[in-house]
Design a protein around this ligand. Sequence first.
Ligand SMILES: [Cu+2]
Length: 106
Amino acid sequence: MSVNGCSGGDSASSPTGPGNPTAQTVDVFTPGLVFSPAFVTIKVGDTVRWVITGVAHDVTFATVTGAPQSIPVVTNQTHSRTFNTKGNFPYDCRTHPGMAGQITVD
Ligand SMILES: [Cu+2]
């Protein structure tokens, strides 16, 4: 029973998820009264950054299990959300009816 008690080593059991070293970040911009790109597909553990410039916008997620916290009305700010749950996460800008997007995590 002389197991090496070293911590922070070789746990190769979880290739994806929080702390995934290959996690990516995708940017969504607000070039007008639209989110661009409006539809983004990412992997579990990836991050989306909303780069909100110009007119003030919000990012309000539909009440779906695993949806991140909504972003309040802001301008000239960047807000990041990391997605650790698979699913479809639609959101809209309550300030501008019809301004909407969706994050798909697969
Ligand atoms: Cu808006």
